[in-house]
Design a protein around this ligand. Structure first.
Ligand SMILES: [Zn+2]
Length: 382
């Protein structure tokens, strides 16, 4: 699927599309020679992934891109969004989406023409800067970058007002961009249910998320070495809590403000689940520190206990996600390095890889399990 679409964009599409896409390709690889396979002196073996060049403190970008490229549901979605675009005008406001698509294809060894050991994400960075993001500041964060990229892709795909001035969009093209099924597979909804403890009145609100940012439990020196796990952190994050002084529509006239029970649940499940573990903390002296807590995880994650409809019905049927990638932060809060453990399919078989900027190698799953997760990427399998 991916290859066929890329071929469409590079070779067989309408002439205008091919010209625009080829231009993007030159910028990315710096080679003024279209139509030929771009190779390093020795073509990389097919069981290798491409690494990503560090453009100066960009390991947070590289680690996130490797993680995203390990999620087939996500890159197939990007691919299908671009497939729907048949007019060259869409290129102008889909430049980040196009750059991301190309980068993922290259690092996954799936690009029809670019076959390199290392690749740079300069074109993607430039496209984000054109959207107003500042990526040249000090050390940045993989979670922030994920949010920045998600927001931009969403804007490009769903918002007409991001179209460059002077480019007219015909009705048909605009309609295809705005299809309601264009939301990212990382898009889920948290259901926030409030129940008045005085009268039992219930209300529920849904808030969209692309990534669940999960806090660690309050640091307790007595339990400093307690082993945490992802299911436990989710349970704590999605546990019921009481909130006071809330006006109840049903009984406020009688009792004034009421105490409510607030329960967060997974209201709408995403196809791809991104979890961010909040490791940054502030000391009493106001200094930023990094929590080094061990957080265990497994290959499969069952979130059935946290699903809103399951909780309502009392039928906790399993909902399983399979691990695709782990982004790890090495070092301290204000410095350090991001690396990624990720899956890729080689000759029809899933294998794990370790990636650190340009360096990539195969990894055992034991190594993956021993890593210290900062972000976890899952895809739904049931
Ligand atoms: Zn009430």
């Amino acid at each position: 699927m991916l290859k066929s679409v890329l071929k469409h964009y590079w070779f067989t599409g309408a002439a205008t599309v091919a010209v625009v896409a080829s231009a993007a390709y030159f910028v990315a690889v710096g080679e003024p020679d279209s139509g030929k396979t771009v190779k390093n002196p020795k073509s990389k073996p097919k069981n290798k992934l491409s690494g990503l060049i560090n453009e100066g403190n960009t390991c947070f970008i590289n680690a996130t891109l490797q993680a995203l490229a390990s999620c087939p549901i996500f890159f197939n979605w990007i691919d299908s969004v671009l497939t729907r675009k048949t007019s060259d005008i869409t290129e102008h406001y889909l430049r980040t989406t196009c750059s991301l698509n190309m980068t993922m294809a290259v690092i996954n060894n799936q690009h029809p023409t670019i076959d390199v050991h290392t690749f740079n994400s300069r074109q993607l960075i430039q496209s984000l800067e054109k959207h107003g993001w500042n990526l040249k500041s000090e050390e940045q964060d993989a979670h922030e970058f994920f949010n920045m990229l998600s927001t931009t892709i969403d804007e490009e795909i769903n918002k007409n007002n991001k179209i460059s001035k002077g480019i007219s969009i015909d009705e048909q093209a605009t309609t295809s961009v705005c299809q309601p099924n264009s939301s990212s597979p990382f898009r889920g909804y948290l259901a926030s249910q409030l129940c008045c403890l005085s009268c039992g009145h219930k209300s529920v609100r849904y808030d969209a998320f692309e990534c669940l940012s999960i806090p660690l439990p309050k640091l307790d020196v007595r339990n400093a070495f307690t082993m945490l796990n992802v299911e436990g952190l989710l349970k704590q994050f999605l546990a019921a809590e009481t909130v006071g002084e809330v006006q109840c529509d049903s009984c406020s006239l009688k009792n004034g403000k009421s105490v409510f029970l607030k329960q967060l649940s997974l209201g709408k499940l995403p196809q791809c689940l991104c979890l961010h573990i909040q490791r940054c903390d502030w000391t009493n002296a106001g200094q930023l520190t990094k929590r080094q807590d061990l957080v265990r995880f497994s290959e499969e994650l069952n979130v059935g206990n946290f699903v809103y409809t399951n909780r309502l019905s009392g039928n906790f049927k399993p909902v399983t996600y399979r691990l695709r990638a782990v982004v790890e932060h090495l070092g301290m809060a204000d410095s350090g390095h991001f690396v990624t453990f990720r899956r890729n399919i080689v000759d029809g078989r899933t294998r794990w890889f370790y990636t650190s900027d340009t360096f990539t190698r195969t990894a055992t799953f034991d190594e993956v399990l021993k890593s210290s997760p900062y972000m976890l990427f899952y895809e739904r399998c049931t």
